[in-house]
Design a protein around this ligand. Structure first.
Ligand code: NAP
Length: 336
């Protein structure tokens, strides 16, 4: 287990040599992505940071970008606009970044919300919107940016997907209807479990094929970002429930922003998870193959500790991976 003192000690060692030089944040306009971006810039290290955001958030985000520039003039913040819930847009954004960056050190993926209290809604590309944000678009970002994440042999790039790493349940995954399109298959908890399992399965495959990249699938616990309000239909009973009961409860039990921010900065930069970054002197993190001190996929809990879920992951690998990957490539195929 990693202690908070270890996390703070590691983060205090961040400088030009140990911090990511080029980072891409998809979801840095709010919540955990925004907190982490702020923490990274506050290290004072020199960095180029692509902040991918949708048009509707551009104006609201400008004061934050101004604040970041004032906080650290050596950090170059590049607002990169696009509707990344669409796969065609994700591809366009990736191409735009790749034209400028042959090498990327960090890809930080947080876009999305749980469709707990809302009906199924699809993007114009026919994909349920929260699945597109939490799964397809994320995997497409990884697929396109992989060459840049692998560009430096002695410093593997790092991918962090923030959703529900470690919470996989093999029996809960629906392999007959991976996109939960059939009547009765879609619903908040079902969708959330399905999408987090898909994340782990696909990242496990990508990690196996790309041992020169570090992958993390992280579960944040409760962080009071307002995320819970997103998947709610206005005026519904659920909206009332969330406003008056759930959100106040989350406010009480959630992890403080300052703590979450340092944990995610650690996840983005510590060699505890393999790769490069700030050297780790203690027992190294364990990946989903049960290996220590190697790269691979790490499932990480809200304390920034590894929870490799070793009873479930081999089952998913054996029984679900091929089918999920084949289906994923069919969906992503036109946008690769
Ligand atoms: N916070 C928690 O306690 C918690 C717990 C478990 C899992 N998670 C998951 O972890 C991830 C990060 O959580 P968070 O709390 O940091 O999330 P958040 O702040 O609510 O949102 C993260 C990002 O998602 C983007 N987004 C939301 N809806 C969108 C849409 N329709 N189209 C395009 N972008 C959209 C937001 O963009 P805008 O700024 O433009 O709105 C924001 O940048 C999410 O997938 C969340 O479901 C969170």
């Amino acid at each position: 287990m990693v202690s908070h003192a270890d996390i703070l000690a590691s983060n205090a060692l961040l400088n030009d040599a140990t911090a990511p030089r080029v980072a891409v944040f998809v979801g840095g306009t709010s919540g955990i992505g925004k907190l982490t971006l702020h923490a990274l810039v506050a290290t004072g290290a020199s960095a180029r940071i692509y902040m991918v955001g949708r048009k509707s958030s551009a104006e609201r985000t400008q004061p934050f970008i101004d604040e970041l520039r004032a906080l650290n003039p050596r950090a170059d913040i590049l607002w990169t606009e696009g509707e990344y819930s669409l796969l065609s847009e994700t591809r366009r954004i990736c191409n735009e970044i790749l034209l400028k960056e042959p090498r990327i050190d960090l890809l930080f993926l947080t876009a999305g919300y749980a469709p707990m209290f809302s009906d199924r809604a699809e993007t114009e590309e026919g994909i349920e919107i929260t699945q597109s944000l939490a799964y397809y678009s994320r995997i497409l970002f990884v697929k396109h940016l992989l060459p840049a994440l692998k560009a430096k042999a002695d410093a593997p790039g790092r991918v962090i997907s923030v959703l529900g790493g470690g919470l996989e349940i093999a029996s809960a995954i629906n392999l007959d209807d991976i996109d939960l399109k059939k009547p009765g298959n879609f619903g908040g908890p079902k969708a959330q479990t399905q999408y987090l399992c898909l994340n782990t399965v696909a990242l496990d495959k990508l990690a196996e094929e790309n041992p020169d990249v570090v992958f993390l699938h992280s579960w944040p616990g409760w962080v009071n970002t307002g995320n819970v309000h997103r998947g709610v239909k206005e005026g519904s009973v659920w909206a009332w429930f969330v406003k008056w009961l759930l959100a106040p409860l989350i406010g009480v039990v959630s992890i403080r922003d300052e703590v979450a921010k340092q944990r995610y900065l650690f996840e983005a930069t510590s060699a505890y998870f393999g790769g490069s970054g700030v050297a780790w002197k203690g027992k190294p993190g364990v990946n989903v193959k049960g290996e220590e001190g190697k790269n691979g996929l790490f499932l990480v809990n809200f304390r920034a500790s590894c929870t490799p879920n070793l009873k479930v992951i081999p089952v998913l690998r054996e029984k679900a991976r091929e089918k999920i990957w084949e289906h994923t490539m069919e969906v992503l195929g036109p946008y690769l």
